[in-house]
Design a protein around this ligand. Structure first.
Ligand code: PEP
Ligand code: MG
Length: 324
């Protein structure tokens, strides 16, 4: 089966009845984009840019960042790049950007909250992304999707949007990306609950099930004894994903899932049944997730989603899905 999945890795992923779901790759290093394409990724669904920042002893300047983002966009050759803006703090400190000691770093200055304390850092990063995605001499479009981490409500989105809009005004059109979307991660429960207000203004959502599960169940995702209970197939998490998709589709916006749940064989039909449009998984998993998508049809996926939503615990969800 693995050999079969590998053979078919460049084919679009469709359910048995032809419903298309995009499969993209999660990357922490722009040098790995070519490998992701070779494994059948239809784009990068999550570039964790914090690893690029962590790889440098000081904040990478504009040209350094442009060079790195360009490396990924060149390898993607017209496929979309979803680049997440710097997501540090919490479990991911940056040595040259010290954050005062916090009792609860996961509930502290991290993600967009931290970045908005130094808007010039966000501005440089956005400028670098926009400039790296300028159409090259071949004039081929380079779809750029910028994604904001840890958004809890619309105010943080608007603050970032204002910076991006100013840059789009300021940089001559020929020198920057022309196909740009600005979206948010849904990884804080308040963002899922407020998805209707967010969906009115964002271009897309991507559900970060790792953090969404952690914050919904109040279980540290890295807790040595408890993390096994932090299961994204928990019905509470699934309801938040359902709310997110409903709100997005009502506004014609797309929804991806870029957390671990996206490559869980039991979860794939559930997510598709909930209406998720894109799955972003580690490059290694791309052929397998594509193969998994070809095993069921949309009606089956919807039935699996209904079944999962009706359960009371994640154990019950796994049992119910397993017997099928
Ligand atoms: C997530 O939280 O699900 C996610 C994709 O982001 P990260 O794992 O980098 O926090
Ligand atoms: Mg996260």
């Amino acid at each position: 089966r693995e050999a079969e999945a590998w053979e078919a890795r460049f084919e679009e992923a469709r359910t048995r009845d032809g419903h298309r779901v995009e499969v993209a790759a999660n990357l922490g290093n722009t040098a790995h984009a070519a490998d992701a394409v070779e494994r059948g990724a239809e784009g990068v669904g999550l570039l964790r840019t914090e690893f690029l920042f962590m790889a440098h002893a000081q904040e990478p300047d504009l040209d350094t960042q442009i060079g790195e983002y360009r490396e990924a966009l060149d390898a993607l050759d017209g496929r979309p790049l979803v680049a997440r803006t710097l997501d540090v703090g919490g479990d991911k400190p940056l040595p040259y950007w010290p954050v005062p000691r916090e009792d609860n770093p996961f509930l502290g200055l991290r993600g967009i909250r931290l970045t908005l304390t130094r808007p010039e850092v966000l501005e440089t990063q956005l400028r670098a992304l926009l400039m790296a995605a300028a159409p090259g001499s071949e004039q081929a479009p380079r779809p750029l999707r910028i994604m904001l981490p840890m958004i809890k409500d619309i105010a943080e989105f608007r603050a970032a949007r204002a910076i991006l809009d100013r840059l789009l005004d300021e940089i001559p059109a020929a020198e920057r990306a022309t196909d740009v979307q600005l979206g948010v991660m849904i990884e804080v429960p308040s963002a899922a609950l407020l998805a209707p207000t967010l969906a009115a203004e964002v271009d897309f959502f991507s559900v970060g099930t790792n953090d969404l599960t952690q914050y919904t169940l109040a279980i540290d995702r890295d807790h040595p004894a408890l993390s096994a209970q932090a299961d994204g197939l928990h019905p509470a998490v699934l309801r938040l994903i359902e709310m997110t998709v409903t709100a997005a589709h009502a506004r014609g916006k797309w929804v991806g899932v870029c957390g671990e749940l996206a490559s869980d064989a039991l979860a794939v039909p559930v997510l598709v049944g909930l209406g998720v449009d894109e799955l972003s998984v580690s490059a290694r998993q791309v052929p397998l997730v594509k193969a998994r998508l070809r095993e069921f049809d949309l009606a089956e996926a919807r039935a699996q989603a209904e079944l999962a939503l009706a359960q009371a615990t994640s154990e019950a969800v796994r049992d119910a899905l397993e017997v099928r």
